[in-house]
Design a protein around this ligand. Structure first.
Ligand code: ADP
Ligand code: MG
Length: 450
């Protein structure tokens, strides 16, 4: 899987030929081992900002308590200077910890795993350099800095300078860790929410970026590779006029092209643009383009899901979506059928890309065969979670790609909140590793280099 680093004004095709992954393998850690104690995570990267508290004990499974708080990211936070964005996160975690009674007077300062879902050049478990912002984020002063340092500074500004930020990861790595914590067959962590990405467990000696000595010195001999597959783009990714127009209208034009055909932030907008083009050419709405249809963002991925799933005789759910989203109250049955068809095709294309990318990673790790033990992908994100038909399309495409027998050995585990939990688990593992540095390794439940 090829990723790319963004920011250069070359054409998407030229960029697609670059063979360098967007980011190096993340540093090593044995996971999960015998972590115990109280840990926090901050999970940000899309629509919601989440803070998590987990209490781990030494029992099998190990999770004694989990608390979470989800907050929609306010519009201002997408465009404010970077310090404002990090202040929101630090304050959000401290308020949450106090509200649930585990931070504040007489309590230990928090130990935090930071799930920050943007391409970073990771230099240590708790350090990296932000390569680019994606999705709606345009915060000045963020790119080129270390997100962990930014978060530490924000904790200091919020009056908690002793907060420990011990792990930096993105949501695909968090999902892999969270999914694997409970299911050892998990080899892939996949995100299909606001954005899309995947991380997988790779044999260290197969990673060209690691020299042989480094690869051989890794405990367990395996590393996690963050593919940044949302950034995939080359001649094999066909595009429509609607895709090119959508891309040109985004803050990060020319980047994340596969993400723009696949993820929740964009599917509604792809559908809207196709509907505009059908209406303008007279095929839809008798050529009368509803006024609101011209407004970017008025069709969401949830609308796409509702229309696609409409099985009523008169297509009543589609009629309701057209009335709600576009103010179009007098649509014909043929209009509604065409709208449903467009929504179906937009979702189907996404699901088939999803399956293709999963199949490519399975082939890469030699797990696409019709014999051998079962393998699982942990999948987190709003699209995969809420859109049941989509999951069916993805499964059917996997069968088409791998054959029935091989596909029957592949499980797509729908795991809610895996990225956030995984970030807290990795914080625990990092803290454990730091406390036992130099000592003989604890008998790990399972050794994986992350
Ligand atoms: P994040 O990516 O911020 O972690 P989520 O995983 O919750 O957030 O995913 C948010 C995405 O889920 C949104 O882009 C939204 O379009 C999509 N989504 C929400 N509800 C639905 C739905 N009913 N059907 C399909 N997609 C949905
Ligand atoms: Mg998420």
């Amino acid at each position: 899987m090829r990723g790319r680093e963004g920011g250069r004004p070359a054409s998407a095709r030229a960029r697609g030929r670059e063979k360098r992954p967007a980011r190096p393998p993340t540093p090593t850690l044995s996971f999960p081992s015998h972590e115990t104690g109280h840990y926090f995570a901050i999970d940000i990267g899309g629509t919601n900002f989440r803070v998590v508290y987990v209490s781990l004990d030494d029992s099998p499974g190990g999770v004694a308590a989990v608390e979470m708080r989800d907050t929609p990211i306010p519009d201002a936070a997408y465009i404010c200077p970077a310090a404002g964005l990090f202040d929101m996160m630090a304050r959000g975690l401290l308020d949450f910890g106090r509200d649930i009674g585990v931070l504040g007077e007489g309590e230990q300062p928090p130990t935090v795993g930071f799930c920050f879902s943007f391409p970073c050049d990771q230099t240590a478990l708790d350090a990296g350099v932000l390569l680019k912002l994606t999705k709606r984020f345009q915060n000045e002063g963020a790119v080129g800095t270390d997100p962990v340092e930014q978060l530490r500074a924000a904790f200091a500004r919020a009056g908690e300078p002793a907060a420990k930020v011990v792990a930096l990861l993105n949501d695909s790595v968090g999902t892999l860790a969270g999914g694997r914590y409970t299911d050892p067959a998990v080899e892939l962590g996949v995100i299909l929410g606001t954005g899309t990405n995947a991380a997988y467990v790779e044999t260290a000696t197969s990673v060209p970026k690691l020299d042989a000595a480094a690869a051989n010195s890794l405990r367990g001999g395996r590393v996690v590779v963050n593919t940044e597959w949302g950034g995939f783009a080359d001649d094999s990714l066909p595009t429509l006029d609607a895709d090119r127009e959508l891309d040109a209208a985004t803050p990060h034009a020319g980047e994340q092209l596969m993400e723009k055909q696949m993820s929740g932030m964009y599917l509604g907008e792809v559908a809207r643009r196709l509907l505009v083009s059908l209406a303008s050419s007279g095929v839809l709405f008798s050529g009368r383009v509803p006024k609101r249809l011209a407004e970017p963002g008025c069709v969401t991925t949830a609308h796409v899901a509702r229309c696609d799933g409409d099985r009523s005789l008169a297509l009543a759910a589609t009629a309701a979506v057209l009335a709600d989203a576009l103010g179009a109250t007098t649509t014909s049955y043929l209009d509604r059928r065409l709208v449903r068809r467009v929504c179906h095709l937009v979702a189907l294309r996404s699901a088939r890309l999803f399956a293709t990318a999963v199949a490519a990673l399975l082939r890469q790790i030699g797990r696409d065969a019709s014999s051998g033990p079962p393998v699982a992908a942990a999948v987190d994100g709003g699209v995969f979670e809420h859109y049941a038909l989509y999951r069916g399309y993805a499964t059917a495409a996997l069968v088409e790609l791998l054959g029935r027998s091989a596909a029957s050995r592949v499980r797509l585990n729908r795991v809610r909140d895996a990225s956030s939990r995984g970030a807290a688990f990795l914080a625990a593992a990092a803290d454990h590793a730091a406390q036992h540095a130099g000592a003989a390794p604890a008998p790990a439940r399972e050794l994986v280099a992350v």
